[in-house]
Design a protein around this ligand. Sequence first.
Ligand SMILES: Cc1ncc(COP(=O)(O)O)c(C=O)c1O
Length: 488
Amino acid sequence: MRETPPLPVDLSGIRLDPVGGLSRQLYRALRERILDGRLARRARLPASRDLAALLGISRNTVTRAFDQLYAEGYIEGRVGAGTFVADLREPPAVAPALASGPEPGPALRLLAEHRLNPRPEGPPRAFRVGVPAFDLFPFETWARLSARFWRRPPMHVLGYGDPAGDRRLRELVAAYLRSSRGLACEPEQVLITCGSQQAISLCAQLLLQPGERVAVENPGYRAAGHAFAVAGGQLCGVPVDGEGLDTAALERLGACRLAYVTPSHQYPTGVTLSLARRLELLAWAERHDAWVIEDDYDGEYRYRGVPLAPLASLDRQGRVLYVGTFCKIAFPALRLGYLVLPKALVEPFAQRRALDMRHSEIGTQAVMAEFIAAGHFQRHVRRMREAARSRRDALLQGWPQVPGCAPLPMVEAGLHLSVPVESLARERELIAQAAAVGVEINALSGYWLPDSATPEDDRAGLVLGFAAVPEAQILEALQRLRGGWGVD
Ligand SMILES: Cc1ncc(COP(=O)(O)O)c(C=O)c1O
């Protein structure tokens, strides 16, 4: 029998597990030794036959491992001379999984400073904010429409689609906004998005230069503020009073590139922007050559009269970008919304979206288009409005009088209400006691910008979503709350 010659390098520590893929294990073992320097640059590897004999495996297994190392450039062959470790640069001293990489750039630092609040977990509970009555969604109908679409999808929609969105859905959204919301717009102005958040984020990316100032409502929707800040915008809080955004305070800010507002139902205070303020805001935008983003996240929910005409319907200058969402009528995880843009912005916004994600997934868009065309959407809006109204009534009627907390306000719109509390300490106490009996309440103080001039105690309050669960669960939660707070 032929004697195995001594190996040119020491590979005696390699142990292979006979149960796993042998060539993969050998490849990994050799690669690791090359990267950490145990196999030196230009070192000669044993012939495959000798290595196979040493490790007690087949020569084919060794050849497969070598082939992979060749292909990835770890080893190289010299004709007539054998196989050598490639002449690599010095490998990094730390294992890749442990290395922290280059110093994070400003974008990563900004992201770390502007995190979203932790997502509440589990099924909806009283009084979760931002959640509609999605227990009432007609899943059977959706499933039927979805199955019908996927059973025989039109071939022409299965390739890369229009980044602005499915044409039919854009037409139906424009028709819905014209007839139900009094917003005259063309399908060409509608850009389908993954919910309001993506619409806001696109505005931040495309309308802002780093360092430019952005006016945001204070208190306000922090996720929008984060999107502007991460795009490099400098957030400037504008106070909100009984008429909505204080436009005189906005004027005092001086130059701003953009204002973000929730005119139908200010988030989170619930105030509606008065007509006088709407006109002042539009005049401000004209004076300062600024954009206005109108976030109409829950505009369908109006409990007296018809939904308000959007601010965008008063805009004669093409300065208002209107943000709408299906997530408050269907359910948040649907991730479907839209932007209505001044015509000149449609192409750049669509291009930006194409670079991010090409376009939204076709199935959801097509099924939503059919859902609207067949009349299900309008019926569902009515059903959701009725349900939210009745859940609101359950909350208003059963709410206990609590020391330190103002009486609940009239609620004519939206899916939540907010009520002032006498101090930050009392706010914390009430929320902790509610949490202890399994009731979710948000702190109004959490919606303020961190450097607000308003004294801390004046920022305190409770924010309650009333639509997330049916009346019986609301009453039961109120019962527990009375126990937790020790009131009748
Ligand atoms: C003011 C406001 N805008 C937008 C959204 C989010 O909408 P979407 O789920 O469509 O991103 C919310 C969610 O609660 C909101 O409160």
